[in-house]
Design a protein around this ligand. Structure first.
Ligand code: SAM
Length: 222
């Protein structure tokens, strides 16, 4: 089977399990001029299910784009929950904020603009309790730095999720000189160290679907 077939299967499940509502449809339309690199409907659904599973009240996202995954995550929050999403591009952030407002989630979600490694210290200083879930989905070469912050800022019992760790299988190539692959491999090595030190319980899931062949890393903070 190829991407076309995987997309058909994605659609089969998404049509039944993830009915597109007005806000998500509008969000995608409003973001149509931006790169279409948001999570799939089904991965968005998985993020929501995982956020509910850890009873998330505080979520950190690195990489907002136009707010598609942020909407999925924020919908899993209680009314007094909080999602901080970090985005480099002011234009992406502007569209995301509009989408989040259209979804009625503006009281739960804050989009902070800047390079995440520059804005993360401010996030750490501002929060009064650690995050229940951290979703990393930005520039992959900085994944080691994002993991480092996620380890500092996630509570025991919380989850760290990193998207796009497979990249069509490129992650398994030790000789790759692609910055995204190198960043992900260095991040995976750091996760492996934390697993060996019994700080994390982690796994990776290869995925196929409308976004092709990729995968996510899931780490439970012990
Ligand atoms: N999580 C989004 C979703 O599924 O709807 C998709 C995020 S997209 C894959 C990656 C985003 O990260 C882009 O909007 C990009 O501008 C942003 N980005 C890239 N480098 C960044 C950085 N250094 N700091 C913060 N955001 C960054």
């Amino acid at each position: 089977m190829d991407t076309e077939g995987w997309t058909e299967v994605d659609r089969y499940f998404a049509d039944r399990l993830r009915p597109r509502d007005h806000a998500l449809t509008e969000a995608v339309a409003a973001g149509s001029e931006l790169p279409q690199i948001q999570v799939s409907d089904l991965l968005g659904g998985l993020l929501g299910v995982l956020a509910r599973t850890v009873s998330a009240r505080r979520i950190l996202e690195v990489g907002t784009l136009f707010g598609f995954s942020a909407i999925h995550l924020a919908r899993a929050l209680p009314l007094d929950g909080r999602l901080i999403s970090l985005e480099y591009s002011p234009e992406h952030a502007r569209i995301a904020r509009e989408n989040i407002e259209r979804a009625g989630l503006q009281d739960l979600v804050e989009v902070r603009v800047g390079a995440a490694l520059d804005t993360l210290p401010g996030v750490a200083a501002d929060i009064d309790a650690p995050f229940d879930l951290v979703f990393v989905d930005a520039d992959k070469q900085n994944n080691p730095g994002y993991l480092d912050w996620a380890l500092r800022l996630t509570r025991p019992g919380g989850l760290i999720i990193v998207d796009n760790v497979v990249r069509g299988g490129a992650v398994a190539d030790p000789d790759s000189d692609r910055p995204d692959v190198r960043g992900t491999r260095t991040m995976v090595d750091a996760v492996a160290t934390a697993v060996a030190e019994q700080r994390l319980d982690a796994t990776a899931l290869q995925t196929v679907g409308s976004k092709g062949y990729d995968g996510i890393l899931l780490a439970y903070v012990r």
